[in-house]
Design a protein around this ligand. Sequence first.
Ligand code: MGD
Ligand code: MGD
Ligand code: MO
Length: 763
Amino acid sequence: MVKQRSDKPRIEPFEGPAGGWGSVRSLAEILPRERLPAEGLRELARQNKADGFACVSCAWPKPAHPHPAEFCEEGAKATAWELTKLRTTPAFFEEHSLAALREWRDYDLEQHGRLTQPLRYDRDQDKYVACSWDEAFDAIAAALRMYDPKSVVFYSSGRTSLEASYMYGLMARMYGNQNLPDSSNMCHESTSVALKAAIGVPVGTTQLKDFEECDAIFFFGQNVGSNAPRMLHDLRGARKRGVEIITFNPLRERGLERFTDPQNPIEMVTLAETGISTQYHQVKAGGDIAAIMGLAKFLIEWDDAASAAGEPPVLDHDFIERHTHDFDAFANKVRATQWHDIERESGLARDALEQAARVYAQSKAVMAIYGMGLTQHVKGVENVRMVVNFLLLRGNIGKPGAGPTPVRGHSNVQGQRTVGITEKTELAPVDKLRELYNFDPPVEKGLDTIETCRGVIDGSVRAFIGLGGNFLRAIPDTGPMEAAWPALDLTVHVATKLNRSHLLPGRIAYLLPCLGRIEQDVQTSGPQAVSVEDSSSCIHGSVGKATPASPHLLSEPAIVAAIAKRIVPLNSRLDWDAWVADYARIRDAIEATYPDIFENFNARLFQPGGFWKGNKASERIWLTPSRKAEFHVPSGLSGTGFADAAGQYRLMTLRSNDQFNTTIYGYHDRFRGVKGTRDVLFMNVDDMVREKLNEGDIVTLETSWDDGVARRRPGLIVTPYSIPHGCLGAYYPECNSLIPVEHHAEQSHVLAAKSVPVVICRI
Ligand SMILES: Nc1nc2c(c(=O)[nH]1)N[C@H]1C(S)=C(S)[C@@H](COP(=O)(O)OP(=O)(O)OC[C@H]3O[C@@H](n4cnc5c(=O)[nH]c(N)nc54)[C@H](O)[C@@H]3O)O[C@H]1N2
Ligand SMILES: Nc1nc2c(c(=O)[nH]1)N[C@H]1C(S)=C(S)[C@@H](COP(=O)(O)OP(=O)(O)OC[C@H]3O[C@@H](n4cnc5c(=O)[nH]c(N)nc54)[C@H](O)[C@@H]3O)O[C@H]1N2
Ligand SMILES: [Mo]
């Protein structure tokens, strides 16, 4: 029997644009709830300014000439979340055992406010109790000295500054491992693997100015209105110049449809909107390889015909000849691929693909923007390789207005990789570290996120240190992982707010509260700045000015240094305390380690718009084995990595407009018309009819995966939505229990969160 919910949450189509008055109303709801002090509102004005702080929300580039208020609805929410007046003090933990807190929702845990003091887990009471910093550091170090370094993991989430990240990676290597998984492993690792192999750099090649020079944008699997709203300004600017924006997304996302600039009084009053996408193709989840095959097929057919007729070519043969490798293999594969297969796998009609291909063929400079809709699939790396194939056909890399544009997630996730947060020896500056610090850095590959999960489940991982993030909520298979986690010997979390990962302590457990980036960080040499790298490889300084949430907080560099000093051998070339006293000295060390990227680091820290770290592929220098950009022949047309079966669906786990990853700001998803709940299952109406389901019915999803583990997510409200047949949408992180650890991207190990094989059950 299908249960019907009585307190039906409101789910109805949202008619407004992205931005606009809805954005203002959403802030009007959230800012007072955080009891933001007047100082907090002042801080908003300093967001993303040359002398201000780098927004703690997304990694979208910060322009050299910012708007008067260079922030968006989401950035303002993130700032308010950090500067909230609410506090989670030791008194709070006296009242609540961890068993009790495990019943709380993610939202309520964080909404209680900022952590104020270091805490030790007391098993007898099942509570966190206040402790001194020294007690915490001594106990953590004493434990770490006992383990085989191979069994210890140093996780970091991509918000941590370049300075703290550099120290953290160095500490791990001096301690004896490079078990340095980070949020990038769950995010754009598919990009890092694919772009490195294809064009020799692991990052996108474009910058903000390319928006002013492109004449078409192909946009795959990124929800700009919710997850990188400042980009809407760039997209709007491009649209006003007549740039075509061709979108491939299973869902009709409002930010990709139309936008009203909340900072433009005339647009706000007149309700003027800019249409964003000029074509919108609702590709099936996992259908992008097929869709791009279709585009390439038209282009190659037209080019073959032009060549036979003696007409000007459609492809850029000169570029292909001089700059690429393996074009023929790719072109032959494309010619041999059948239209009916392309249509079936992409869910798109040949005519629709033709329209999109026409725009591409007529455009001189094309950007391809993409996000998690491409990277979080079993074939996530091949998805990105297909984007590169597509761009290479007409020389759309390494010229103004063109190139791959991955939209990075966390505000410094790309930067962490730049300064050594990596489990891969080939990406670590091993020789430089040896030369600078006179030690032998480990060369054995470290654990990434998936390998860490396996290690926790099989018991080979004994200790977990987390520099930020909410590991246990962000990873797949939260059921088996939560069951295995308490067997760890040591868990340490450096955090600003309480989250679920903190509630499953290891045998020894500490929770260490730190300063946020917006807060003033005073060390013995005075107030400090930190730095981050944005999605376009520009590096920015950031100065926090707000009063810290508590006088007991330490900065992330100070916490890392305190642990490092206790666990790594004394080293005459390295003075952790001097680094903490003056972060400019950490930047000197970063410069010494990476002289090409960080030349004159301290002097360039506050260059408006940031300083660009350079990108060889954008100069058409290809750092690949063949010294050319590599075409890639995809292994198949489907991106899902599993066979379709009757009654089985492809589940995409999505972010709402009211969250930052596992941080839930609220229960509305304005653009998708959802109010008051996150227990939503977006479903195609024809599929509902076939399954005999009505709007509002409550169902359970069950993963089709044959390893003996039952993965079920009950309580989802069936919601008709504009989504292709056979695809479902529901929210992350609530549905992470459905994703098997082994359901991940080939090569990059990114969880395949955008296409999970599930069936719908009625109980
Ligand atoms: N406010 C806010 N900002 C954020 C975040 C946040 O949670 N909140 N998170 C930050 C982080 S860490 C990241 S990584 C980014 C994430 O930002 P996004 O990359 O936008 O990630 P998702 O919200 O997961 O949405 C992915 C989009 O891909 C589409 N999609 C799903 N499957 C497919 C597919 O097979 N093909 C195609 N073409 N599209 C598909 C979905 O419909 C959705 O629109 O945002 C960052 N910025
Ligand atoms: N199903 C599914 N799973 C996913 C995804 C998906 O789309 N679907 N997306 C994946 C992606 S792209 C990512 S990036 C990961 C995110 O994974 P994480 O980066 O691990 O998670 P966050 O939710 O960003 O972490 C939030 C916590 O960070 C802490 N924090 C906030 N600010 C600071 C700070 O300044 N310093 C410190 N030390 N701590 C701070 C707070 O305690 C807060 O509770 O999730 C991944 N998981
Ligand atoms: Mo991310």
